[in-house]
Design a binder for this molecule. Structure first.
Ligand code: TXA
Ligand code: MG
Length: 323
């Protein structure tokens, strides 16, 4: 079947979630809300569905997908778990933590979803609509963020429709995502636990459970999580960091009090009170809103590198990286 001409946005009623689950079982793609960002979901056990995800995003096939399930038993079906996984699961799942684990030999997940690696990234999302959908589909759901590869991640259903157009069969629309930044990706397959992508759960909180964890970028080898590629999360217009003022044609993305910051044809403030959780929730929507005709670039004020600020700064550095 070919996708319909326009993706349909539907509210998360029981019949709509059931219909979405049926589409997933048929190998089609459904965008759905999670507490982090909207995901583009397909049957993780179906190679053709997984291939369709890569095609819809324009994503390079060497960049593996996260597999979403509803409970730790289901994690055990796709991956090899150890005591650390159980400890982390007890504290952070369901929630914005993705674990990279050894893939279960002979497990059901499409090799393509894992980009041919012998590891698999799994997460148990907290959003009730995501949980209902995965449960109704009755199988693990592979879901990258529901945007074109390299572009800004979607935190509203309208962002998904703008970004993916006809590449998705149905969009379950359930408002803004609470966290607004992707999950933390933690690799447990190496000699030491390593954060591959900072996100919704901070390193301190993980270290309180596991002891020392390598920060993102501290691993010696080449990017293991291609979300670490330099240019990513990028709006169409250039992004300039650590701005103390904005030019007349620039847009200003402020943080904290900005009354005395000069310039900016347009201005938005991630959090006038300087709250990093609020800033994280606003980041992608505001980058999109400022990325518009008449604006030469987006000047971003400094964000403290603590708490969720670490993940915010990670995304901003990639948004500002040379393309
Ligand atoms: O919050 C999130 O994680 C969202 C929602 C939809 O769950 N998903 C998401 O997926 O951000 P995506 O595909 O945009 O990012 C997945 C990240 C990428 O950086 C990818 O390289 C990494 O996880 N990843 C996936 N499988 C991996 C593996 N086996 N080894 C290392 N990194 C992996
Ligand atoms: Mg993404």
């Amino acid at each position: 079947m070919t996708p319909s001409a326009r993706p349909q946005l539907v509210p998360p009623t029981d019949p709509n979630v059931e219909r979405a689950a049926e589409l997933i079982r048929d190998g089609r793609l459904v965008a759905f809300p999670t507490e982090t960002v909207y995901g583009l979901g397909g049957d993780a056990t179906n190679d053709r569905a997984v291939a369709a995800i890569f095609a819809a995003k324009g994503r390079p096939a060497f960049n593996p997908l996260i597999v979403h399930v509803t409970d730790p038993d289901a994690v055990g079906e796709v991956a090899v778990m150890d005591g650390r996984v159980e400890e982390l699961a007890g504290i952070f799942w369901p929630g914005p933590l993705t674990l990279v684990l050894p893939r279960r030999p002979g497990g059901p997940v499409s090799l393509l979803a894992c980009a041919g690696l012998d590891t698999v990234a799994v997460r148990i999302p907290a959003h009730p609509v995501a949980r209902r959908l995965i449960a109704a589909a009755g199988r693990p759901v592979a879901a990258p963020s529901a945007n074109r590869s390299g572009a800004v991640s979607p935190t509203t259903p309208v962002h998904v429709a703008e970004s993916l157009g006809t590449g998705v069969d149905l969009i379950i629309a359930a408002g803004r995502c609470r966290i607004g930044l992707e999950s933390t990706v933690l690799d447990l397959t190496g000699a030491q636990p390593a954060i591959l992508r900072p996100g919704g759960i901070t390193r301190d909180r993980i270290e309180a459970v596991l002891g020392p964890v390598l920060a993102s970028g501290q691993t010696a080898e080449a990017p293991r999580s291609p979300g670490q590629l330099a240019s990513h999360y990028a709006p169409g217009r250039p992004v300039r960091l650590d701005a103390r003022e904005a030019g007349p044609d620039e847009a200003l993305l402020a943080f904290g009090p900005d009354a005395f910051v000069r310039g900016g044809r347009e201005r938005l403030n991630l959090s006038p009170e300087g709250d990093l959780d609020e800033a994280a929730a606003n980041l992608f929507a505001m980058l999109r809103a400022l990325d518009r005709p008449g604006i030469s670039g987006i000047a971003v004020m400094p964000i403290p590198d603590q708490g969720l600020g670490v993940a915010i700064n990670d995304r901003l550095r990639r948004a500002a990286a040379p393309r």
